[in-house]
Design a protein around this ligand. Structure first.
Ligand code: NAI
Ligand code: AKG
Length: 430
């Protein structure tokens, strides 16, 4: 069975992206392992609907610049589609399609009534000035207005976007429909109907999974060290939560550079330092030494947490990883060639679609609260998050043991089967 999606590759708009091909290969692998119907496999490789839009924006210097934006809805079978919106210079349609596909499996593992979606705008958010980011976001919302809605497709933050971005989408959409519609996005400010604990949810979920892995491997957190790539929303909260457990964070990296301190980096001080810095970077932090980026992921540690980009662990560096646990906070950090190498080592992998599922889980709580117009307190949110993450972790481990699968295949198996079963029961792959 080829890893290629159905259709003519020459005219398939997704296949130029290695990230999309990676998602297809993962799907082919799991389809083979669970004997999934080939027709259904082809459908699951092909997103249901994609929209590409031009976004003309008046820039601060008076020019008009046109950006390209994408929204891909992989599946609407289980409910509205759900997934983040990414602002990144090189994002393209195929990458967004892969991220949307992974959202479907993630929602499946967590048993959420959502299909997968993702959006992206090809822009470096660090280069936007003044009101440019707001104008970009509002125009994108206008352009995709016809395919979003609280029962159709609900966006959330991802790389390069945040609560403020969600607030602009909420406002733009509400002005169009003529009433306040907080359930159109999740991850918005709490003052606008956001859920307490959503901002921290992904990092907290990552650390719940790491704790369960440590329990299984008999590792005491006070003896453990961590290396984290990415110090944005997910990476920084993961560091904070690890430190609360007693884990020593010995190296951290972001897009501007990497730092290391074998005695442990003072994370509260690093957070302060990054917050005060105009580029929000960790580079130059006085409590650690600078190291080459290539050394970050191979720094010896108990747990390695990639929390930035896709495909950073490849055949080139997979054999040099010196961690006991690989906790994939980012989406798609490990490519299939690296996966094959890691599966022959003693590294315990917590796969992305399980590890970072805390974010969409609390997004689900936010959507439910907004629809019901009844808000929960943080204790309720966090205890429900913990319960759902632990349940998913142990379901994945049980699937791995029952079928003799690695953790990634087990997670994909649960996620894909949930979507496949719903499609089959509804009839004819809706
Ligand atoms: N925000 C959320 O709730 C969720 C995010 N994720 C995933 O987590 C990852 C990080 O997302 P966020 O923290 O929200 O983004 P963010 O925009 O808040 O932070 C991204 C971080 O990655 C760093 N980075 C970017 N390029 C890099 C490079 N080449 N090398 C090293 N570091 C680099 C940035 O400097 C920044 O520190 C992404 O893969 C995202 O899809 C997954 C689930 C939910
Ligand atoms: O919170 C959400 O709806 C989506 C989060 C997300 O984009 C992800 O899990 O990759």
């Amino acid at each position: 069975m080829s890893a290629m999606p159905p259709g003519n590759p020459a005219s398939n708009p997704f296949v130029t992206s290695p990230t999309y091909l990676m998602a297809c290969q993962q799907l082919r692998n799991v389809a083979r392992a669970i004997s999934l119907d080939p027709g259904l496999t082809d459908r699951l490789m092909t997103p249901k609907r994609s929209q590409v839009v031009a976004i003309p924006v008046r820039m601060e210097d008076g020019r008009t610049e046109t950006f390209v934006g994408y929204r891909v809805q992989h599946s609407l079978t289980s409910g509205p589609s759900k997934g983040g919106l990414r602002y990144a210079k090189n994002v393209d349609l195929g990458e967004v399609a892969a991220l949307a596909m992974w959202m479907s499996w993630k929602c499946g593992i967590m048993n959420l009534p959502f299909g997968g979606a993702k959006g992206g705008i090809a822009v470096d958010p660090a280069e936007l000035k003044g009101g440019e980011k707001e104008r970009l976001t509002r125009r994108f919302t206008d352009e995709i207005q016809n395919i979003i809605g609280p029962r159709v497709d609900v966006m959330a933050p991802d790389m390069g976007t945040d609560e403020q971005t969600m607030a602009w989408i909420y406002d733009t959409y509400s002005m169009k429909v003529g009433y306040a519609c907080p359930e159109i996005v999740t991850g918005k400010p709490v003052e606008l109907g956001g859920c307490v604990g959503r901002k921290e949810a992904t990092g907290r979920g990552v650390v719940y999974c790491i704790t369960e892995a440590f329990n299984e491997l008999d590792i005491r957190p006070e003896t453990a060290t961590a290396v984290v790539q990415g110090f944005g929303n997910v990476g920084s909260v993961t560091c904070e939560e690890l430190v609360k457990l007693g884990v020593k964070v010995v190296a951290v990296g972001d897009r501007y550079g990497s730092i290391r301190n074998a005695r442990g980096i003072d994370i509260p001080q690093l957070l302060n330092y990054a917050a005060r810095n105009p580029r929000k970077t960790i580079v130059g932090f006085p409590g650690a030494e600078a190291i080459p980026d290539a050394e970050l992921l191979t720094t010896p540690c108990t747990v390695l947490v990639p929390a930035a980009l896709e495909r950073v662990i490849t055949a080139e560096n997979a054999g040099q990883l010196r961690c006991r646990v690989l906790a994939e906070a980012a989406n798609g950090p490990t490519d299939p060639e690296a996966d094959a190498i890691i599966s022959n080592s003693d590294i315990f992998v917590i796969p992305d679609i399980l590890c970072n599922a805390g974010g969409v889980t609390v997004s689900y709580f936010e959507w439910v609260q907004d629809l019901a117009q009844f808000m929960w307190d943080e204790e309720e949110v966090n205890s429900q998050l913990k319960k759902q993450m632990l349940r998913a972790f142990h379901r994945v481990r049980a699937e791995a043991k029952a079928r003799n699968f690695g953790n990634r295949l087990a997670a994909l198996s649960l996620g894909v089967q949930k979507v496949a079963t719903e499609k089959q029961k509804r009839g004819l792959y809706p």
